[in-house]
Design a protein around this ligand. Structure first.
Ligand code: ARG
Length: 467
């Protein structure tokens, strides 16, 4: 980054009688981070110039020169040949100043009927829209991965937990589908955010609109927006879309953090439920036996910064008077960081999930411990005509007996079980098995392998329809 403090002539310098303090120049500049908007800034400028031509505000030749100049600048930025200047404050003035240097006085006409306020509002929306599409693709890829594992493990039995205590047997596939559902809602939120933000602020100018005969419908159309925004003051000051995206990001990270927490627990030697391939783990420099689940841990940890960015953006906008305030320049770093973080976390998960290997025997044995089929015994007694509360009591006593004998319910003999209720007969053993327990939960949203397979098929069909 060059510091052309001496030679840069500020596009707004007309009313100033002394140069900007060197520190203030750096303090107020945003180019170090907002240069990443260059593609969208150039696209916005091309649309604006094209519209000025159509409206007869610029001559056709002038529009051509501007567009060619901007495309040349874009090429140089992409090639790493462009020299950014802190003295020129932000991405917008860097590009505009360079345009004028290249094509002369015509470059100075680009900003007709426009302000940096509607320009930046347009740029960020265009940028966010692209990033939403990338994030949406990674999210869908992760959902595909979950369907793959859910289908593969539809019959794999594991303990289901409440309070992190063994509750009832479930299938591994069913557990995968729980994460799928969380992500499905996240995807919906992401798309809602896209729909609501996709309006063009161009033409709002500084805050009040412009006196030129501009065509806002045309620029909106050129840039792929649904329509122009409806109020110029709101257009330059609104950052709701950034907050909405941050709220989406916080939720999806919260879901990934829960997913991560389970993977961290499950890969521990205490649980030993799954294996993560080596390529998603790292070792310890001191303890040779260690294989740490770094990817899940890091994703869990990154949730913190994303939540922080949501609070930062909310606080940034709180109590801001209309319309644009320089405060808004502070929207970019949290926004960029949360976008990068969410995109990368989703990518890591989409790559990793298909490689999760459940340790079937350990999962099965873990489900055998902890009296996971106690509810099934109670339901069995209810079917034999006993009231649920009495059944609950009978099973409680059976479990206490099993604990004393160090035996699972399914390991008790018929005579032992009959001590607690005469209603128990030989057919009890089909409900006391783990297989019988999961198969019995055969309804929409239940854990039965048949339901999991059905859910996978339906979700796969829905996912296939996504653009
Ligand atoms: N760099 C500024 C931002 O990020 C661009 C808009 C500046 N507008 C202004 N009137 N100072 O918000």
């Amino acid at each position: 980054m060059s510091d052309k403090t001496q030679d840069a002539i500020k596009p707004w310098g007309g009313r100033f009688s002394e140069p900007t303090d060197a520190f203030v120049e750096r303090f107020t500049a945003s180019v170090t981070f907002d240069k990443r908007l260059y593609h969208h800034d150039i696209n916005g400028s091309i649309a604006h110039a094209t519209m000025l031509g159509k409206a007869g505000i610029l001559a056709a030749q002038e529009v051509q020169d501007i567009v060619a100049g901007l495309e040349g600048i874009r090429e140089d930025i992409v090639a790493g040949r462009f020299e950014w200047s802190v003295a020129l404050e932000d991405v917008h003035m860097n590009i505009e100043t360079e345009l004028t240097r290249r094509i002369g006085i015509t470059g100075k006409k680009l900003h007709t009927g426009r302000s940096r306020n509607d320009q930046v509002a347009t740029d960020i929306r265009l940028y966010v829209r692209d990033e939403i599409d990338t994030i949406g693709k990674e999210l869908s890829r992760l959902q595909q991965a979950l369907l793959l594992v859910a289908e593969r493990e539809a019959e794999t039995i594991m303990p289901g937990f409440t309070h992190l205590q063994t509750a009832q047997p479930i299938t591994f596939g069913h557990h995968m589908m729980a994460w799928y559902e969380m992500l499905e809602r996240d995807y919906g939120r992401l798309m809602d955010c896209r729909t609501r933000m996709n309006f063009s602020p161009l033409g709002a100018a500084a805050l009040a609109g412009t006196s030129y005969p501009i065509d806002r419908e045309y620029t909106a159309q050129l840039l792929g927006f649904t329509a122009p925004t409806r109020n110029s003051l709101d257009s330059v000051s609104d950052r709701d879309f950034a907050i909405e995206l941050a709220a989406f990001a916080s939720l999806v990270m919260t879901h990934l953090s829960r997913f991560s927490e389970e993977l961290v627990l499950w890969t521990s030697s205490q649980f030993d439920f799954v294996d993560l391939p080596d390529r998603f783990c790292t070792g310890s420099s001191i303890m040779p036996q260690k294989k740490n689940p770094d990817v899940p841990e890091l994703v869990r940890g990154k949730t913190g910064r994303v939540n922080g960015h949501l609070v930062a953006l909310l606080t940034l906008m709180k109590s801001q008077p209309l319309a644009y305030n320089k405060d808004n320049q502070e929207d970019k770093e949290p926004l960029f960081d949360l976008i990068d973080t969410v995109r990368d976390c989703l990518k890591a998960y989409a790559d990793m999930v298909p490689a999760i290997k459940p340790k079937k025997e350990n999962l099965y044995n873990a489900a055998l411990k902890g009296y996971a089929t106690a509810t099934d015994l109670a339901d069995y007694l209810v079917r034999k005509g006993i009231a649920f509360r009495d059944a609950h009591e009978i099973v409680g006593k059976s479990v206490a007996y099993g604990i004393a004998q160090k035996k699972d319910l399914s390991a008790l003999s018929l005579e032992e079980l009959q001590q607690f209720s005469a209603q128990i007969s030989e057919d009890v053993f089909t409900v006391l098995t783990l297989e019988g327990s999961v198969q019995a939960r055969n309804h929409i949203g239940g854990t039965a392998p048949a339901q999991v397979k059905l859910a996978v098929a339906k979700r796969r069909e829905e996912l296939g329809k996504r653009g």
